[in-house]
Design a protein around this ligand. Structure first.
Ligand SMILES: Cc1cc2nc3c(=O)[nH]c(=O)nc-3n(C[C@H](O)[C@H](O)[C@H](O)COP(=O)(O)O)c2cc1C
Length: 436
């Protein structure tokens, strides 16, 4: 059993004035590659919303959203006509499914509302949106862990479209509890709302969290999913006409960034940078230098993969630093590896170097498209643009970067004629040769 600690102080913290928030996992502007969620759990935001303020009406798709108020009141409104005020006596659950818009406001001008906002990735997309508010029977949580959210409707209580359970417990000093997790790949995530508790030799204090994971030793699930992946790749196509009204949710964007960041690269150097452009004015400027292609302005997000024109010894040093910190190994033990990377870079002429870094960027673009297809998000890879103009408009020259390839990301327009195009690919026999 592996235990990973997430200390309260290590969370991302943002102060937006009306909202003060601690992010357990990467969210919005907070990006931490080591905090990308666990299993289906992808967001825990510990929000404090000032009196009279809140989140305006905004959209979600395909996400299970649980809100647990800790202090104060929260007024919920949504596109299904629900309007309710919740307090620490309730929890709120939403399935965003095919799409929901909601606002969450603090109706009390004099008291802040404190709440946990938790997002769980659903096990199926496109479910009918729903909203539920349910009472928490706090008395039942005393000195025991009580299931407050179950994985299925049949439980009669709060449920999620995911094989996930939420338990709540309120313990007096000296009490202990055993909780059984079973099944490979199962994850137990404990989060201390207040007080402290001990697991093994470790003391967890307020807002600390511990992740307990049963290692995955069996590959059978992954193998089973291969058919799904091929279906996703057949479903995807280079989208020509995006629906400009459909936007990626923050979670979708975050997940696509995670998948892209996990791309393999030569030495692991990732000699590129990726711009994610939503700014409409910038995109209007880019369209004429992209053969006028509509994807540039109409897709939800435009990813510009920029390769480093000339990585230097410093590029290698920054990478080695990261390896040393992430893996907890002294830099001296990586000296030979550092020397190899620097030697490789030094021995290449400028053109070869630029080509090499661009190829790394293309791999990342490929991963982005694969991940998007897996999540039923559309993409169009694009080379039809003037790199020189992109470099000038986006100020890339000064940063030693070059626009290598674009990926427009969003959702297909229902009338894109290319949806119906049959895939044209070489037969496997032409594409592969077995040398046995
Ligand atoms: C590197 C690269 C650049 C591409 N550039 C463009 C482009 O500028 N505009 C466009 O509409 N499609 C572009 N495509 C899409 C290809 O034409 C498309 O992937 C190919 O015809 C196969 O079709 P499919 O992806 O729909 O299966 C590009 C694809 C790749 C991989």
């Amino acid at each position: 059993m592996k235990i990973t600690l997430h200390r309260a102080a290590d969370r991302g913290y943002y102060d937006y004035g009306w909202l003060k928030t601690y992010y357990s996992f990467s969210f919005g502007e907070y990006y931490n590659p080591n905090r990308m969620g666990f299993g289906a759990l992808c967001v825990i935001n510990d929000d404090i919303i000032a009196g009279g303020h809140g989140f305006d009406l905004h959209p979600h798709r395909n996400m299970e959203i649980v809100t647990i108020p800790l202090e104060g009141k929260l007024e919920h409104r949504d596109s299904m006509g629900n309007r309710e005020v919740i307090t620490p006596e309730n929890i709120q659950i939403m399935s965003a499914g095919t799409g929901i818009r909601h606002s969450e406001k603090n109706p009390d001008p004099n008291q802040a509302v404190k709440l946990l906002q938790i997002w769980v990735r659903p096990d199926k997309t496109g479910v009918v949106p729903r909203y539920n508010m349910l009472p928490i029977k706090r008395r039942e949580t005393y000195n025991t862990l009580t299931e407050i959210i179950a994985p299925d409707k049949q439980s009669g209580g709060a449920y999620l479209h995911q094989n996930a359970r939420f338990n709540l417990g309120c313990f007096q000093p000296g009490h202990s509890v055993n909780y059984q997790i079973s099944g490979e790949g199962q994850v137990l995530y404990t989060f201390v709302i207040s007080g402290s508790y001990q697991t093994g030799d470790t003391l967890l204090k307020e807002r600390d969290a511990a992740v307990l994971k049963i290692p995955n030793t069996c590959r059978s699930n992954r193998v089973k999913n291969m058919g799904d992946l091929i279906k996703s790749l057949q479903w995807r196509y280079a989208t020509k006409k995006f629906d400009p009204s459909k936007k990626l949710s923050e979670t979708q964007l975050n997940e696509l960034m995670q998948a892209t960041a996990l791309s393999a690269s030569s030495f692991g150097l990732q000699p590129y940078h990726i711009l994610v452009i939503t700014n409409p004015e910038t995109r209007q400027k880019l369209r004429p230098v992209s053969w006028g292609q509509a994807q540039i302005t109409d897709a939800s997000h435009l990813f510009v993969f920029c390769n480093m024109v000339k990585p230097t010894e410093k590029t290698a040093d920054v990478f080695i630093d990261n390896v040393s910190k992430t893996r907890g190994v002294p830099k001296e033990t990586l000296a030979d590896y550092a020397g190899m990377i620097k030697g490789f870079i030094k021995n290449m002429d400028d053109n070869s170097l630029k080509g090499w870094t661009a190829r790394q960027a293309y791999l990342a673009a490929g991963n982005l498209m694969l991940a998007a297809a897996h999540a039923e998000i559309d993409t169009c890879p694009m080379e039809g643009f003037s790199a020189a103009d992109y470099n000038q408009i986006l100020g890339l020259d000064d940063k030693g970067l070059n626009a290598a390839v674009l990926v427009a990301v969003g959702f297909r327009a229902a009338d894109d004629p290319y949806i119906k195009s049959v895939k044209v690919r070489k037969p496997l026999t032409d594409l592969f040769t077995h040398l046995k």
